[in-house]
Ligand binder design. Structure first.
Ligand code: SF4
Length: 566
């Protein structure tokens, strides 16, 4: 049975969209691209939009989308027993040849299972047969560490998807009728990981003994990356008012980052640092401004784009508005901020990450207090009256003094502002965005543990108490218990897939699921990892040798005053 109500809602969403690709199915390879969160969230994801375009650029492919239904629609799906429908043609998920998930965040993993269940697709890959669609996943959360998702997927694309699509489809066209042969052939495509072709054995202490590829399968999978970004222009192609970043066209400027902050997964898993050319960006901006009046510049290291100011000027000269996610503190110059202000930017985000200089040096984000305050001064002089400042808590060796240093720094920022003759300073606001530090795979901090949840709660309390009565400051933060789950899902091996399945069966109640697990989740989250330990993600070649990460780890631990037996 199919709910007429849900079909009507899908059509209403399509009517409000521009850029939708509608293709007849006849004889084409049908792909349903899923975003494991709602339409409102997913439609602002540039990676998701890029893959939608890339698949649809092939004549013999029809790619449609599906999202996690809103709570109200979810009830309607369940009540009417409607199988999950694609947006464009409102066809059930199980009718597609391929179902591809684009996954950016570990905290969306649970939604993947909800979507498979709604789509009436057996969740575990070994329960699926020849007639079921091939289920694959890509996206940054996947190429950081796909292992907790391995029970559910036939294959993963590790790296930048645009680069792999052509080779992937070439093999798919040839062997699509025989799933086993197809998977074998696909596993030969660089960047494609077929988990069932790897056997994992464990030591008695629970760590990984070996991850052995079957005969004819590569031991390591090289993460794919686009060597010349200009080859694949990346900008918004779908527009709707029903999304987070509405009335804005996104244009991606660069990928990777030359800075190497030791906690930053984006730096290591998008290695190497690459910029688009100014001439291409100029033309992308001209096209984007035909669609929306405001350009959102995106990129891992926007501040490192050598022509950022010229780019902003170009946008302004075309009467466009501007937005960008955050700026490096030492890139905040009067001319750049002047341009942003003219482009309608009201608030700027900076990321000192730690309150004390000691910790900033340890994570390799070595700004001095003077540099931070000088950047704030520039922002204030241009009447940018909202500053968002990102901090991590739970970094290795962090003491209460380091946490209090976040307050001290914030109060110095406040003083900097209140002592200036700024007319509208009474409307000024500093938003402290506090995030528990999750040591990510493939970074120099992959060996360190996640801080105990209770310790994080206590530190948050310290911060909340410290800003009580400060009418110009606001504190926002992730909940430590969710950061714990994020750490479990990003640092776990394939056995964590069972915990994920249990959490799904307990309707998202992680506490209950973890209590009943035969494995202790703390093993994945709270443990210092041995230097010679084999990590679940070690088979991915990001182009940076593990020894290089280890060197950075040793330097960091030395600066933290933590002794590591080398
Ligand atoms: S935190 Fe920012 S500056 Fe540091 S490596 Fe990551 S992207 Fe680059």
């Amino acid at each position: 049975m199919t709910s007429w109500n849900l079909i009507q809602k899908a059509r209403a969403l399509l009517e409000k969209e521009r850029g939708t690709v509608q293709k007849p199915w006849g004889g084409r390879i049908s792909i349903c691209l899923l975003y494991p969160n709602t339409y409102h969230v997913g439609m602002s994801n540039l990676g998701f939009q890029t893959i939608y375009q890339r698949f649809n650029a092939e004549d013999d492919v029809v790619c449609e989308r599906a999202f996690l239904p809103d709570p109200e629609d979810l009830q309607e799906y369940q009540k009417t027993k409607t199988p999950l429908l694609s947006l464009e043609s409102q066809k059930p998920l199980s009718e597609f040849d391929l179902v591809a998930f684009s996954i950016s965040f570990e905290n969306d993993f649970l939604n993947i299972l909800t979507l498979m269940e709604l789509g009436r697709i057996p969740m575990e890959s070994d329960l699926r047969g020849e007639k079921d669609p091939l289920i694959l996943a890509g996206g940054v959360a996947v190429f950081i560490n796909p292992e907790p998702l391995t029970p559910f997927f036939d294959l993963f694309i590790l790296g930048e998807g645009e680069e792999v699509v052509e080779e992937f489809l070439r093999v798919y066209r040839q062997y699509r009728t025989r799933k086993e042969v197809l998977l074998k052939r696909l596993s030969q495509v660089e960047g494609v990981y077929v988990p069932k072709f790897y056997d994992v054995t464990y030591e008695e202490d629970g760590t990984i003994k070996a991850m052995e590829p079957r005969v004819g399968v590569n031991r390591t999978v090289r993460r794919r990356w686009v060597s010349t970004l200009d080859q694949f222009p990346t900008q918004s192609s779908l527009f709707t008012k029903e999304t987070e970043l509405k009335q804005m066209a996104m244009v991606e400027v660069n990928r990777g980052c030359p800075r190497g902050c030791r906690f930053c997964a984006a730096c290591f898993v998008y290695y190497p640092f690459r910029n688009r050319s100014l001439s291409l960006l100029d033309s992308l901006i001209a096209q984007a401004l035909d669609q929306e009046g405001r350009i959102g510049l995106s990129g891992t290291a926007l501040s490192d784009f050598p022509h950022l100011f010229s780019l902003c000027e170009q946008i302004l000269s075309r009467q466009g508005g501007l937005a960008l996610a955050s700026l490096r503190i030492d890139a905040i110059t009067p001319s750049l901020i002047g341009a942003l202000k003219k482009g309608g930017v009201q608030s700027v985000a900076i990321a000192p990450e730690a309150g004390s200089e000691r910790l900033r040096n340890m994570i390799k984000k070595g700004y001095t207090e003077r540099e931070i305050l000088s950047a704030v001064q520039t922002l204030i002089e241009h009447h940018l009256l909202q500053i968002k400042s990102y901090f991590l808590i739970g970094l290795p060796s962090e003491t209460d003094e380091d946490v209090k240093a976040i307050l001290t720094l914030s109060k110095k920022i406040e003083h900097e502002i209140l002592s200036k003759r700024v007319a509208d300073k009474k409307h000024w606001k500093l938003v402290l965005s506090i995030n528990p530090f999750v040591p990510k795979p493939a970074t120099p901090f992959q060996w360190v543990p996640f801080e105990e949840v209770n310790a994080l709660k206590r530190k948050l309390k310290l911060l909340r108490h410290g800003i009580r009565g400060e009418k110009h400051m606001e504190l926002i933060h992730d909940l430590p218990k969710w950061a714990y789950i994020q750490a479990l899902l990003s640092r776990g091996d394939r056995r964590v897939g069972r915990m994920l399945m249990a959490a799904h069966q307990y309707q998202g109640n992680w506490e209950q699921a973890l209590r009943r697990s035969s494995l202790n989740p703390d093993f994945f989250v709270y443990r210092w990892r041995r230097l010679d330990e084999t990590f679940p993600w070690d088979f991915i070649d990001h182009g940076i040798p593990k020894e290089k990460l280890k060197e950075e780890y040793f330097i960091a631990m030395k600066e933290a005053g933590i002794k590591i037996d080398q």
